[in-house]
Design a protein around this ligand. Structure first.
Ligand code: GLC
Length: 803
């Protein structure tokens, strides 16, 4: 079963059946103002922070058929007989003659037809603006003239997203709305959105005169709310009730009598939902966006932004499903994760203190480097400011206040209060940033440490380079009985929370990788002594690692506080973990023989047709000594599910042992575009990577959840372009080091890099996976498979032959 198709030329996915297995969403705007729009026109909006400045009431937990946040009703007919309908399908659920939801880059356009009317509504947030625009065109496609009314609706929430669910007296007592009529008959409805720090107004406005309005949900749905969103009682009368709510559940609804639309004619209505300090302050801008020309210009601006973003790196491979992901949807998802981290989606509901995750965002920053290095830098600097002077990092921070916390660790005071991997990720992110941009100056930039929680310490500021050093020193200073890094509360695998004293194989490898990166970076800065020190630390850890972590046919994943292994054949459950096989290869800790054996064990024990499982076999029942991982049934999420974030690491590891065929098999088996024909199984949006897919120990093997906000986006993009296609920035230029399926004849990449453009053509006449036989740049032979960074604003042609 499929619910839509890819339109690569338009850079869209088009949903053609509104009854998708679960809601499919698209992001609009950024965290500064934005959120998501679902494919039936519901919108969740916030400004600056979804927990403490939420605008629309979008309850993701409610059934798909329910009104959520925003909608549009049409009322059409002739001679006094009118029919109310929902052009977005929800909440009216009347059958439609046509339904198309175009998922574009930064916009969603819903086109539908019923009862002789075709409606096209484009949702987007203009760049830099704090307003959602809904640009609606209603066309008479029938043979008879029709009288048409258009009634857009928004439902507001309390600014505190969690309080709306927990305090049903205080919240409604604070809600108030007012209506302001403009001279020309237009109405601006505003809702008083007091906040703890300041007050704002949320508003709804439109480009056409409105004859009446409603701001009180009780009145709109019908007295005492026994009307429903599917059939609001107030739409039975010609006009809405014009009540300005003094409490309760506040909405905005505007009645527009569009008049008679003759066959073939069209009316256009532009709706705005925004937030401002006051209506007065924003009125000029509201009026401005009532002008269709201004709206079209803002829309062109969005398209130009995405074109420029994507244009910096485009590929052409023999695999069309890969190309549509690598050229459009994958880098788009990388940008979405950069903006929203794991904070706001249909699954991450933006409540509480979760905010922006240190490890997650460090990895997200790497994903956008080819396309948006400036944005990556901004995020890296914010992350460094929540690293502690001790060297470890705060786990999460609130983007609006920059208050940081230790995440879930706070709930377990008996466990170590740090995550052993967090700070190490930023070492990788900074090194990749410098390789992309050549911006070594970043390293000497001063950044304060985050030590507000530790009283008695004066605020301390240090250079970016010093921040990185502290991360490494912290790991080196916090090791357990085998000399391997202590786990802390957890490592990357958030939900394995072993009692204090446990050691992490993953963190050992990440530390190794970070040391190798740091050594290379220091060599570039001329600090040979520092580089040699990193190399020594690397060798020390590598030898401890190989002495203790080898289990015979694969590497173990943890040692518990008693020194017993987890991820070993001696365990009944959790015998083998993917990350403990891929990361020793990525870190270059594994000897060549062990690398091959570990990857072979991973492949035979963990690979499935829908992706590689995180571990096996699954824990079956809660075990307080292991923590969160045992709350899931076998096959779900971290408990032996296909946790997708880990799969690109397996692709990278296969390229490092030269197996381009397996690397590509791993790429294809998780490409969501290939699930487009099986959405009854996959259920999630087929144009983005989900976080998890149920594994083969689960009855619903192959079912995806937690789409959009996953580190999978960044790592698949990196694995595919930097490691499989092998176009990889390095300090001296662009390395060309492909590891592709032997069957490929070649591929092409166009790449903007440090002020020049490169057209890279790779041919593979001998059908090998790896090995550059010759390379020319602008027809001149180049040795070492490294494209120099010309920085001359020109375009250069690179011809590569493998063999
Ligand atoms: C979630 C978390 C991420 C963690 C992963 C695996 O995606 O956001 O930080 O690494 O789960 O536990």
């Amino acid at each position: 079963m499929r619910c839509g198709y890819f339109d690569d030329l338009a850079r869209e996915y088009v949903i053609t059946d509104p009854r998708t297995p679960v809601k499919w969403i698209n992001y609009v705007g950024t965290l500064a103002f934005g959120g998501f729009v679902d494919h039936t026109g519901g919108a969740l909006l916030c400004r600056g922070d979804p927990a403490t400045n939420r605008i629309t009431r979008y309850l993701a937990l409610q059934p798909a058929s329910d009104f959520k946040g925003t909608t549009l009703y049409l009322r059409a007919g002739s001679e006094g007989r009118y029919v109310v309908s929902s052009p977005f399908y929800v909440p009216g659920l009347q059958p439609l003659d046509l339904f198309e939801c175009h998922i574009g880059l930064g916009y969603t356009r819903i086109v539908s037809a019923a009862g002789g009317l075709q409606t096209a509504a484009t949702f987007f947030v203009p760049r830099g603006e704090a307003r959602l625009l809904i640009d609606i065109r209603i066309r008479n496609i029938g043979a008879e003239p029709l009288e048409v009314d258009a009634i857009p609706v928004v439902e507001y929430t309390h600014f505190d997203a969690l309080k709306q669910l927990t305090n049903a007296d205080w919240v409604p007592q604070t809600m108030q709305s007012t209506a302001m009529r403009e001279g020309d008959g237009r109405i601006i409805l505003s809702q008083y959105a007091f906040m703890m720090r300041d007050t704002r107004v949320n508003y709804m406005a439109s480009s056409l005169p409105a004859s009446s309005f409603e701001t009180d949900r009780r009145r709109f749905l019908g007295d005492n709310e026994y009307g429903t969103w599917a059939r609001p009682a107030s739409l039975g009368a010609r006009e809405l009730g014009n009540s300005q709510a003094t409490r309760g559940d506040n909405i905005g609804a505007l009645m527009h009598h569009l008049g008679k639309i003759s066959p073939g004619a069209e009316k256009r209505l532009i709706v705005q939902i925004g937030q401002a300090r006051s209506v007065a302050e924003d009125t000029p801008a509201i009026r401005g966006f009532g002008d269709p020309a201004r709206v079209e210009e803002a829309f062109r601006d969005i398209r130009a932004f995405w074109d420029a973003y994507l244009d910096r790196q485009q590929v052409r491979t023999p695999d069309a499903d890969a190309d549509r992901m690598l050229n459009i949807h994958n880098p788009r998802q990388c940008y979405v994760t950069l903006t929203w981290s794991r904070y706001l989606s249909l699954y991450q509901l933006g409540y509480g203190a979760r905010g922006i995750g240190f490890r997650d965002s460090s990895q997200d920053a790497m994903g956008v480097l080819p396309n948006a290095p400036v944005e990556a830098r901004e995020l890296i600097m914010r992350l460094l400011s929540v690293q502690t002077r001790a060297g470890h990092a705060m786990h999460q921070f609130n983007p609006a206040t920059m208050e940081a916390t230790m995440g879930d660790a706070r709930e377990r005071e008996d466990r170590p209060q740090y995550y052993s991997d967090d700070a190490l990720w930023i070492v990788l992110a900074v090194c990749e940033y410098v390789k992309e941009t050549g911006d070594f100056q970043l390293l000497s930039h001063p950044v304060p440490f985050y030590d507000k929680a530790e009283s008695g310490h004066p605020a301390e500021t240090a250079t970016v380079l010093e921040h990185l050093t502290r991360a490494l020193v912290f790991t080196r200073g916090n090791v357990g009985q085998h000399g391997l890094p202590l786990l802390g509360f957890a490592d990357w695998n958030d939900t394995v929370n072993l009692p204090a004293g446990a050691e992490s194989i993953f963190t050992a490898c990440l530390y190794g990788k970070a040391l190798a990166e740091m050594s290379a970076l220091l060599l570039q800065t001329g600090d040979t002594a520092g580089a040699a020190e990193c190399d020594r630390w690397f060798e020390e850890m590598k030898s401890l690692f190989n002495r203790h972590a080898w289990d015979g046919a694969w590497y173990v994943r943890y040692f518990d506080a008693d020194g017993a292994p987890l991820g070993s054949r001696s365990n009944a459950q959790g015998q083998i973990y993917i990350n403990a096989q891929t990361w020793p290869v990525i870190a270059r800790f594994a000897t060549p023989e062990r690398a091959l054996a570990a990857l072979q064990s991973m492949h035979s024990r963990l690979n499935t047709r829908h992706g590689i499982k995180k571990s096996a076999p699954g824990f079956n029942g809660f075990d307080p000594a292991k923590g969160g991982v045992t709350t899931y049934p076998p096959g779900a999420k971290e408990n032996c599910g296909i946790f997708l974030h880990t799969n690109p690491w397996a692709m990278i590891a296969q390229t490092l042992v030269g197996n381009g065929d397996l690397a590509w098999q791993y790429y294809r088996q998780i490409n969501p575009a290939l699930s487009n024909d099986q959405v009854e199984r996959f259920e999630c949006e087929p144009w983005v990577y989900p976080q998890n897919i149920l594994g083969d120990e689960h009855p619903l093997f192959g079912l995806a959840r937690n789409s959009w906000l996953s580190g999978t986006a960044s790592w698949v993009y990196q694995a595919a372009v930097k490691h499989i296609l092998g176009i990889r920035p390095d300090y001296a230029g662009l390395t060309v080091d492909p590891c592709i399926p032997a069957g490929w004849d070649g591929f092409e990449v166009t790449r903007a890099f440090r002020g020049a453009r490169y057209l890279i053509r790779v041919r593979n006449p001998s059908h090998v996976c790896r090995g550059v036989r010759s390379m020319t740049v602008d027809s001149r032979e180049v040795r070492g498979a490294m494209i120099p960074a010309f920085a001359d604003g020109a375009e250069h042609t690179v011809e590569v032959e493998l063999g």
